[in-house]
Design a binder for this molecule. Structure first.
Ligand code: HQG
Length: 182
């Protein structure tokens, strides 16, 4: 049996954070050749058998979150990048309201200086409250949920980008567009 959680984490690590450890180079949209990714994973493999493209498809089709995308012979991570080379994302018109789940600890900083990408390339926003709650719960059992006036921010010139249907990306969200949900 392949440990698909472990494999999914390894793929995210390779495609978001450290492609060079796998002798991969991301193209401007974050894609690599599936063949090259599989060759790297299967070299010194820690899995029960060789990983195939069907295993990658299985992860994409069965994960709770849509983290990766296959196009032609290529695969990429849809969000979450920390690689030094900037990954370009498709601009999008956001819905009027977006959400962000975070910790109590970060709240005062965020209200003061806005939402920043921190270690990643983009700020990650959620399309619905449920998604924001699960994002926030990674770090705080009772996360703070922020509402983002994305419609106004967009009209004021803040750029938004598509991650997947639940995750919307932005370069930066100034504090004046952010409210704490009570
Ligand atoms: C916070 C996961 C202080 C921000 C998730 C967050 C998501 C600030 C943390 C995706 C700040 C960064 C991304 C400021 C932002 N001062 N703290 N000015 N601005 N922050 O992990 O959004 O499972 O980089 O609130 O589900 O938590 O990996 O971002 O708490 O979709 O696929 O700094 O990663 O997806 O943390 O999560 P992160 P995130 P996966």
């Amino acid at each position: 049996m392949i440990d698909y959680t472990k494999l999914s984490k390894e793929i995210s690590y390779a495609l978001r954070h450290a492609p060079w450890e796998y002798e991969l180079e991301l193209d401007p949209d974050g894609y690599v050749l599936i063949e090259q990714l599989l060759a790297a994973i299967n070299e010194d493999s820690s899995y029960d058998r060789m990983i195939t493209v069907d295993d990658l498809k299985y992860i994409i089709d069965n994960s709770e979150k849509k983290r990766h995308e296959i196009q032609g012979g290529m695969i990429r991570a849809l969000y979450g990048h920390t690689v030094p080379v900037h990954i370009s994302k498709d601009p999008t018109v956001p819905p009027d309201t977006l959400y962000h789940g975070t910790t109590h600890r970060a709240l005062s900083n965020i209200m003061e200086e806005g939402l920043k990408p921190m270690k990643r390339q983009y700020v990650h926003l959620s399309a619905d409250i449920g998604t924001a709650v699960s994002v926030g719960r990674r770090r705080d059992p009772e996360p703070v949920i922020l509402t983002i006036d994305a419609g106004r921010a967009y009209r004021d010139g803040i750029k938004f980008y598509t991650g997947n249907d639940k995750v919307i990306l932005a370069d930066y969200i100034p504090g004046k567009y952010i409210l704490v949900m009570r």
